[in-house]
Design a protein around this ligand. Structure first.
Ligand code: NOJ
Length: 684
């Protein structure tokens, strides 16, 4: 055990500010590089934390400088984004959320943590917990979707996976929940724009996953780049100090986002770097990532009496306490003993989880599993292994990724491939060759969608259709197919508004970005080896004009009534989404019945599930509540539980979900998704 107070007493101001500074190496760059990584700064103790450097060799070499050559021998903290895997890339978080399976969420985080630790890392900037109801926002890909209950369960599972039972564990890394808070509600879905919402909305929808993360013991939290109700989150005293530290009791480390403290000048709330640094520190931000505002600005802020030395010391204390919890003082090299690359075991997990995240949106006439062997595989995403990693590839290598084409060939199918068009761009010259391919195929598989980098950070889209000329390619193929089955595998980091594509295809499989084993996972589902069981954790709009669209709406005073014109509706499109939250078919055919509640605290909500289909499959069941509260409107449906059951053909079972007894009268709804028409209900 080191004595942190004693250590702080020995530190110069420059050394203290070094502990409050995180600088990037150039392995991955996501913003301006103000301070290039300098070994001299590590030697002089004026940089105490790094991001974007990994690998047992490089991390050990740099740590050695801090330990052996700096005056106080304080170990470096090394962080990196492992959003959905590190070396082994798993499905993007939005896809994983659709598993509705905390054990699976935890298992991929566990592997990612082991791989990070093997690479000498101590912290990952994950999980991303931004609830979002706006598919225009590219970062919806990185998070748990539209619902706070799911976001909270996701937070708990991911933090368990990353941090294991103890941060001192050699295979554990500190998790950093981000981006606190409200980032998912940026104006018009445009990246980095402002957010503005009622306190009620903030507390009901955007804060719960962070509260759950704190309760689960998350080591660090990153405030969002954005401003919320006029105050940038990086300087938001009411939210960081009062809510996060005060109300939630968070005593871990708050790390700014990349260059976010300097951006307080752009927000217009600080006149210079000293003021920006003071605002952030006074709000409770401990580590300055890539602004160099603390090292440059805090000495000036101290002179101007904008900050107190006690607050600097308190921040240094939290950083050193985290290093201590990670056991870095005792053994700074305990992580990073050997790079763990992608292994057969991690690939097997990626393949299995990848297959389970695929969402079967349509399957007319049991088009899938594919009966045909001779298949024309058309579209620009068929042979796009690298894109399968999605918008944040982590330390995953494109050459480690399996394309759809490769997966189908390895599954023994007779496949011919022509892309037809590029993902983006106007060139239609390849369409004719693609159509030729349809002539002697038994079935056609279109692999369409977004490129990996069309979602994620700085990748908002105002148009939610297929990019480029892909819709025209699809239309030409539908014409040409003349009755042959046409299936679509749709790749995206967000729900797409593609009603025409869906209505003309016989089958549609939403693949999101399944990760490094994509081709195998997809082939497993297309050939029937695995029954699809992914459910969309976010509503799919019919058109961008419906956005934001989500199931947790309030009824309003004039809820839609088809027989009354003066009720809430669009004149040119239905109110309902193309696919509701929770939607997803399987190769089974499920029937839910006999909804009942057994008294107690918690209440047991039971529903029988029967598989009337011809193949074994897994069903997901959701529990919603509708509550009334005098004087305050509540959502029509609030998600309160989810469960799963695997059943063979003709088999029947019971799903039991628990619920704290609601105060007052409430109505329960249970069903396979959030569409009212699919729900059983009961008053309690
Ligand atoms: C900026 C992103 O907003 C944040 O999520 C990420 O952790 C940092 N870059 C570091 O890569």
């Amino acid at each position: 055990m080191i004595h942190i107070d004693r250590l702080i007493a020995e530190m110069t101001l420059a050394e203290k500010l070094g502990q409050l500074t995180m600088t990037a190496a150039d392995y991955a760059v996501t913003g301006p590089v103000i301070t290039p990584l300098s070994e001299d700064a590590i030697r002089s103790g004026t940089i105490g934390n790094l991001l974007n450097l990994y690998g047992s060799g490089p991390t050990r070499r740099i740590q050695k400088i801090a330990i052996e050559e700096s005056r106080l021998h304080i170990p470096l903290l090394l962080g990196f984004d492992a959003l959905h895997g590190h070396r082994t890339i798993f499905p993007i978080p939005l896809a994983e959320a659709g598993l509705f399976d905390p054990a699976a969420w935890e298992s991929t985080a566990r592997v990612a943590a082991e791989e990070c630790a093997g690479d000498g890392l101590h912290m990952t900037f994950a999980p991303m917990l931004d609830v979002s109801r706006d598919p225009r926002w590219g970062r919806i890909a990185e998070g748990p979707g539209e619902d706070p209950f799911v976001g909270s369960a996701f937070a708990r599972a991911k933090i368990r996976g990353f941090q294991n039972t103890s941060l001192a564990d050699v295979g554990a890394v500190a998790a950093c929940a981000k981006h606190f808070a409200g980032y998912g509600a940026v104006t018009a879905g445009r990246e980095y724009a402002s957010t503005d919402m009622s306190e009620g909305m903030l507390r009901e929808v955007y804060l719960p996953p962070f509260r759950a993360a704190v309760k689960a013991g998350v080591a660090a939290i990153m405030p969002a780049f954005t401003d919320l109700n006029d105050v940038p989150m990086t300087a938001n005293v009411p939210l960081l100090r009062d809510v996060l530290r005060g109300e939630f009791g968070f005593d871990g480390v708050i790390i700014s986002d990349y260059h976010a403290i300097a951006e307080l000048l752009n927000h217009g709330v600080a006149g210079d770097l000293a003021e920006a640094a003071a605002l952030a520190l006074n709000a409770g931000v401990d580590i300055d990532m890539m602004s160099d505002a603390y090292r440059v600005g805090l000495p000036v802020a101290l002179q101007r009496n904008l900050v107190a030395m006690d607050d600097i010391d308190a921040a240094v204390y939290r950083v050193l306490a985290l290093k201590e919890r990670l056991d870095l003082f005792q053994d700074p090299y305990r992580r990073g003993r050997a790079d763990t690359g992608v292994t057969a075991q991690s690939r097997a997990l990626a393949r299995a989880v990848g297959a389970r995240t695929l969402v079967l949106l349509k399957n007319d006439g049991n088009t899938l599993p594919l009966a045909a062997r001779k298949i024309a595989v058309i579209g620009p995403l068929a042979d796009a292994g690298g894109d399968m990693r999605g918008p944040w590839g982590g330390a995953g290598r494109p050459e480690d990724c399996v394309s759809v084409l490769q997966g189908l060939m390895e599954a023994g199918l007779d496949v011919r491939h022509v892309p037809g068009v590029a993902i983006d761009g106007d060139d239609l010259s390849g369409v004719a060759t693609a159509l030729d391919l349809c002539t002697d195929a038994d079935a056609i598989l279109l692999c369409l969608g977004e490129a990996a980098l069309m979602s994620g950070e700085a990748a908002s889209r105002a148009n939610l259709g297929l990019p480029g000329r892909q819709q025209e390619l699809a239309d030409a193929v539908f014409e040409k197919a003349a009755g042959k089955p046409v299936g679509v595998v749709l790749f995206s980091g967000r729900p797409l508004a593609v009603p025409e594509l869906v209505s003309r295809a016989h089958a549609v499989l939403a693949a999101w970005f399944p990760g490094c084993e994509a081709g195998h996972s997809i082939a497993d589902v297309l050939t029937g080896k695995v029954s699809p069981c992914g459910r969309t954790p976010v509503s799919w709009p019919r058109t961008g004009g419906q956005v934001p669209i989500f199931f947790g709406e309030r009824p309003g005073g004039r809820p839609f009534n088809p027989n009354d014109h003066f009720t809430s509706h669009y004149s040119d499109v239905e109110n309902t989404p193309l696919f509701p939250f929770g939607y997803g078919l399987s190769y089974g055919d499920f029937e839910l019945s006999n909804l009942r509640v057994e008294p107690g605290d918690p209440l047991s909500v039971k529903v029988d599930v029967a598989n009337r289909g011809a193949l074994p499959a897994e069903e997901t069941v959701f529990l919603f509540l509708n509550q009334k509260k005098p004087g305050v409107t509540r959502a029509l449906l609030e998600l309160k539980g989810f469960g799963k059951i695997s059943l063979n053909p003709s088999e029947q079972g019971t799903v039991t979900l628990t619920l704290p007894p609601p105060t007052g009268r409430a109505e329960l709804f249970v069903g396979p998704n959030a569409a009212f028409s699919s729900l059983l209900s009961l008053s309690i």
